[in-house]
Design a protein around this ligand. Structure first.
Ligand code: 5GP
Length: 180
């Protein structure tokens, strides 16, 4: 069966950049599109970055058991639609999920062969600088995300592999090796 790889890591660590670079090397890999109740950021497209849904729609998806995993993160809910992942895996297509830690642990329960990878910042200061610097969140939201990051970093040891994002290309190469 094709690989299912989960990439987690604190907000601001650079998951998207590493994934972007990795997918250039292995374009046949499919990056799952999650559903979320959070509002789109400027430039984000429905069905591309996320499926943006109401809280009621999210409830319905949970009730219908349509989510492989889901979690709440700083006041919004995020989840992985099960069918789209299963279809790809059945077709032999490697799948990558970019989700937070609680979701990663649910995936391990549901699909024990999944490979769980944690992306770590080189330092706490580096993470803080990146998260504040990208300017996509309010001060309150940045604070909430840094709080979440503290507990996420403590969960790194639960993962199969830890990649330190001190160099995007190198980190991407390591991720590619788990997807191949
Ligand atoms: P953001 O709001 O920055 O796009 O995402 C916030 C956090 O939610 C990130 O850590 C991201 O990886 C995570 N996330 C995105 N989609 C999902 C999902 O489907 N499930 C879970 N559990 N987390 C997700």
């Amino acid at each position: 069966m094709a690989h299912l790889v989960v990439l987690s890591g604190p907000s601001g660590v650079g998951k998207s950049s590493v994934i972007g670079k990795a997918l250039e090397e292995i374009p046949q890999t499919w990056l799952s599109v999650s559903v979320t109740t959070r509002a789109p950021r400027p430039g984000e497209q429905d069905g591309v970055n996320y499926f943006f849904v109401s809280s009621e729609q999210f409830d319905q998806m949970i009730a219908a058991d349509e989510l492989l995993e889901w979690a709440e993160f700083t006041g919004n809910r995020y989840g992985t639609p099960r069918a789209q992942v299963q279809e790809r895996l059945d077709a032999g297509i490697p799948v990558l999920l970019e989700i937070e830690v609680q979701g990663a642990m649910q995936v391990r329960e549901a699909m024990p062969t999944a490979v769980l990878v944690f992306l770590e910042p080189p330092s706490w200061q580096d993470l803080k600088t990146r998260l504040v610097g990208r300017g996509t969140e309010s001060d309150t939201e940045v604070e909430a995300r840094l709080n979440a990051a503290l507990s996420e970093l403590e969960s790194a040891h639960l993962f199969d592999h830890v990649i330190v994002n001190d160099d995007v290309s190198r980190a991407a190469d390591e991720l590619v090796s788990y997807l191949r």
